[in-house]
Design a protein around this ligand. Structure first.
Ligand SMILES: [Mn+2]
Length: 314
C-alpha cells in the first residue's frame, strides 16, 4: 500500500497536501512533515500545504496557492476521510486524490484510501512508510511527526498507546526529532488558557451515572479570549482522569450557533453515539455537531444510559 502512495508521488510534478479543518498537531504534523519528506526525497517537485490554521503554528505555515495549481496535481488528504471535513475544498480540482487516515470512518471521495484505524496517529502511518521504504527523514520532518504522535496519544497516556507507537517514537528520535522543542511548545501556556482550565475543573457537572459534562455558551470564548476550538477540543480533557468518572462530554456553541460535541470515554466505546448524531471518530474519542442544546441533552442521556451498569466499577 505504501508503495502505491510513493508511486503516485513519483508520478506527479505538483503535490498538494490537505488535512482536516481546525487542525490539531496530528493533522499539521503529518501534513508539514510529509511535505518536508517529499521535498527531501523527490527533489524538483512542487509541494504545497493548504488549510486553515489554529494556535498550533510552531511547526510551520500554510502556502497560499491559486486554483490553477491544482490542475493536474495530486492531492493527499491526511487525518480525515470525509470530504466535508477537509480544509480547503479545492482538493476536488486535483487530478487524483489519496486519503491517509487513522479514524474509523470510510472515505467518500478518495481515489486511493490508506486506512489504519488501529494506529494512534496519522503521523505513525507516515513514519512507518518512511521506515519501511528507507526514505530520508530530516530532523525537522521527524519533529513534525513526533508532535502528532505525542498529542494524538495524549502524551503516550491513552490506553491504545502500544509497542508500535513507542517503536515509532524511537525511530523518530533516531531521525533527530527535537522532543524538548515539542514539549516546550505544548506546555508553555498563556495565562488565559490556564485560567480557562481552572474554570472547567470548577464548573463541570455530572449526570446520575457520573458522566461529566460542560455546556459552553458563546460568551465563554470572549470572556477568556479563546477560540471555539480551544474551548471545545482544547478543554474536553480537563474532565479526564477522574476516579469514578467513566466518560465526559464537552458541548461548545460555535460562532454559527451550532454546538460542537466532544465525547470521551475511559474504556467503553462511545463512538456509536457520536455517529448516531452525524459525527464520528475513535472508539474512545469522538465528536459530532448538533444544532440545539436540546440535542446535547439527548446525547447526554445516551451516554448516561451507556454507563448505567458501571456504577460499581468506580
Ligand atoms: Mn489524528
Amino acid at each position: 500500500m505504501y508503495r502505491k502512495i510513493l508511486d503516485k508521488i513519483q508520478a506527479y510534478d505538483t503535490i498538494i497536501i490537505h488535512r482536516h479543518i481546525q487542525p490539531d498537531l496530528d493533522a499539521l504534523g503529518s501534513q508539514i512533515g510529509l511535505k518536508k519528506i517529499i521535498e527531501d526525497n523527490y527533489p524538483g517537485k512542487n509541494v504545497h500545504v493548504v488549510g486553515d490554521m489554529t494556535v498550533f503554528d510552531f511547526l510551520g505555515d500554510m502556502d497560499k496557492i491559486p486554483d490553477s495549481a491544482f490542475e493536474g496535481a495530486l492531492a493527499i488528504v491526511l487525518d480525515v476521510a470525509q470530504a466535508a471535513r477537509v480544509s480547503d475544498e479545492r482538493f476536488r480540482l486535483a487530478q487524483e486524490t489519496i486519503v491517509i487516515d487513522h479514524h474509523k470512518n470510510d472515505t467518500d471521495f478518495a481515489d486511493l484510501f490508506v486506512s489504519r484505524s488501529d494506529y494512534i496517529a496519522t503521523t505513525l502511518i507516515i513514519a512507518e512508510m518512511c521506515s519501511k521504504h528507507d526514505l530520508y527523514v530530516s530532523a525537522d520532518a521527524a519533529t513534525c511527526l513526533f508532535a502528532g504522535l505525542v498529542t494524538d496519544s495524549g502524551r503516550f497516556l491513552y490506553p491504545s498507546t502500544d509497542a508500535f507507537a513507542f517503536r515509532m517514537a524511537a525511530y523518530l528520535c533516531d531521525q533527530g526529532a527535537r522532543v524538548q522543542e515539542v514539549y516546550d511548545s505544548l506546555y508553555d501556556e498563556d495565562l488565559n488558557l490556564k485560567r480557562l482550565k481552572g474554570y472547567f475543573i470548577n464548573h463541570f457537572k455530572t449526570t446520575s451515572n457520573r458522566v461529566a459534562y460542560m455546556k459552553n455558551a458563546r460568551d465563554l470564548k470572549s470572556r477568556f479570549r479563546v477560540s471555539t476550538f480551544t474551548v471545545s477540543r482544547g478543554m474536553v480533557n480537563q474532565m479526564a482522569g477522574i476516579k469514578g468518572i467513566p466518560a465526559w462530554a464537552n458541548f461548545t456553541e460555535d460562532d454559527d450557533g451550532m454546538i460542537q460535541c466532544e465525547l470521551r470515554s475511559k474504556s467503553v466505546p462511545v463512538v456509536d453515539i457520536a455517529k448516531k448524531y452525524g459525527g464520528g471518530g475513535h472508539d474512545l474519542a469522538c465528536g459530532c455537531t448538533v444544532d440545539s442544546w436540546e440535542m446535547t441533552d439527548r446525547i447526554l442521556a445516551d451516554l448516561d444510559a451507556r454507563f448505567e451498569r458501571m456504577e460499581e466499577d468506580g
